[in-house]
Design a binder for this molecule. Structure first.
Ligand code: NAD
Length: 475
């Protein structure tokens, strides 16, 4: 299987390719080589997509929920059938190891299946009224959606938005990242082949700022969903405010992990060192700030560093690769600067800290005794960097964990159930993992608090974000 350049914009039922449009070079992050040129949408393309999505919405909302569900299950079937091909595309253009790519692709199918069924349970409410009167609260699709998703989980994050929006009866214009068009276009083909009409789900790539300004300014778009960085999220919120549009914002994190003296230390070390370097740390819920209680600090740090040194870094397509390159040229330089700043301020570099001599590699990095003055303690590294600091008391650990403006995910390892409950209650985040890092699945709400955003994706809460309520009173 090899890379395909068979992709483009999908607007109003047809694929659009070059035809004089500006292009973006798609790069293989493992080699630095250019794989293809991706055509970028013009404002005329976007206007066509907007007009189509308005028609698509009118048509799709009228489709019975069972018929919609049947179509979405077919989409899931196509994704499963083509999973291996799509996974190879994903690894080639994004870098993650092929096993991770397979898991990501299959998670897309799971989301289509989940939301197809969950939409059947969007009951609304019946209010208690005097005899002969009725009042009901209906859930109705919010309208056409503009969805912007990033390059770290290109297919999963596009599908989270698309599956929920379509299940709720919305039409959607998706703008996945320009870095990874072959995998997202292959998923789009599954959506088309499953039977979703061409004006109901559309796909555009472009200059992100131009596309988001143009789509969000249109009165046709009623909902904006974005996954990405905090600054871009704030910018899109301002654009959405002009049209009083509903938004879901999944922004950055800087996840703390509290390792208590009474934890199962071997398990904590093993799960932490594996999870930290998944997708080369380019995960918004990646465990990053390890606060370790004094009694186990030295053993945890030594064990974590030893395991980190064993991680095989290489091309994601090679058997045996545990960590691939970073996804784009921006990441290695950003991370190198953060590591240099931390060591210059006194952090110990236990392993890693260097860039590769080709592609966008950066070695798995562990920094211990990182001072709070280091930038990396405040700025999300979004890469293969683990930060270690000791703590004495539960209160101190909570204070440290909650000290940043982010509030996406947090984790704790303790065998004391009471302590686990206290920690879960006190952490200022949208998600908490106790003795585990597995917190993202289709039936669970995924989202943050504080500057990590608001609204959920996943679970009934995620579906709800694509509905508006209507109260109907009958006397
Ligand atoms: P960035 O802030 O420029 O972009 C983040 C994402 O937003 C990208 O997918 C990009 O295409 C998109 N984007 C940028 N400007 C946009 C605009 N005006 N309108 C619509 N979309 C826009 O930075 P980057 O270099 O791509 O990523 C760096 C940082 O982004 C990371 O350090 C991380 O904090 C954050 N990030 C978060 C997630 C996440 O899952 N929450 C994913 C990717 C990146």
């Amino acid at each position: 299987m090899s890379y395909t350049t068979d992709f483009g914009l999908y607007i109003d039922g047809s694929w659009r390719t070059g035809e004089g449009r500006d292009t973006h070079s798609v790069i293989n992050p493992a080699t630095g080589e250019t794989l293809a040129e991706l055509p970028l949408a013009t404002t005329a393309d976007l206007d066509e997509a907007l007009a189509a999505t308005a028609k698509g919405f009118a048509q799709w909302r009228a489709v019975d929920v069972n018929a919609r569900a049947a179509i979405l299950h077919k989409v899931a079937d196509h994704i499963r059938e083509r999973a291996e091909t799509i996974a190879v595309l994903l690894t080639t253009e994004q870098g993650k190891p092929i096993a991770e790519a397979r898991t990501e692709v299959l998670s897309c199918a799971a989301q289509f299946d989940y939301f197809a069924e969950e939409a059947k349970r969007s009951y609304g409410r019946v209010l208690v009224r005097p005899k002969g009167q009725r009042a009901v609260v209906l859930k109705q699709p919010v309208g056409p959606v503009a969805a912007f998703s990033p390059w770290n989980f290109p297919v999963n994050l596009m599908c989270k938005k698309m599956a929920a929006a379509l299940a709720a009866g919305c039409s959607i214009i998706a703008k996945p990242p320009e870095e990874t068009p072959a995998s997202t276009s292959a998923i789009m083909q599954c959506v088309i082949d499953g039977g979703v009409p061409g004006n109901v789900a559309q796909l555009v790539y472009g200059v992100p700022d131009m596309v988001s300004r143009h789509l969000i300014a249109s009165p046709i778009i009623r909902k904006v969903s974005f996954t990405g960085s905090v600054p871009v999220g704030k910018h899109l919120l301002k654009l959405a405010a002009d049209g009083v549009k509903r938004t879901t914002m999944e922004l950055g994190g800087h996840a703390p992990v509290l390792i208590f003296d009474d934890c199962d230390l071997e398990k904590a070390i093993s799960l932490s060192a594996t999870t930290k370097f998944r997708n080369a740390g380019q995960v918004c819920i990646s465990p990053t700030r390890f606060y370790v209680q004094e009694g186990v600090y030295d053993r945890f740090v030594a064990g974590f560093a030893a395991r980190t040194k064993q991680i095989q870094v290489g091309n994601g397509l090679d058997a045996g690769t545990v960590m691939g390159p970073l996804a784009n040229a921006r990441r290695p330089s950003a991370i190198a600067a953060l590591v240099e700043d931390a060591t210059s301020k006194g952090a110990n570099l236990l392993t890693g800290g260097s860039r590769g001599n080709h592609g966008f590699f950066f070695t798995p990095t562990v920094l211990s005794d990182v001072p709070l003055s280091a930038k990396v303690m405040d700025d999300e590294p979004f890469g293969p960097v683990a930060l270690m600091r000791p703590f004495k008391t539960l209160d101190e650990a909570i204070e440290q964990a909650n000290r940043l403006p982010f509030g996406l995910a947090a984790y704790a390892f303790t065998e004391n159930a009471r302590q686990a409950n206290l920690v879960a209650d006190a952490l200022d985040t949208g998600m908490v993992g106790l003795n585990s890092f597995v917190i993202s699945m289709p039936d669970a709400p995924f989202g943050g608090v504080k500057e990590s955003g608001f609204g959920s994706e996943g679970g009934p809460e995620g579906l709800d974000s694509y509905y508006v309520t209507k109260a109907v009173h009958q006397y």
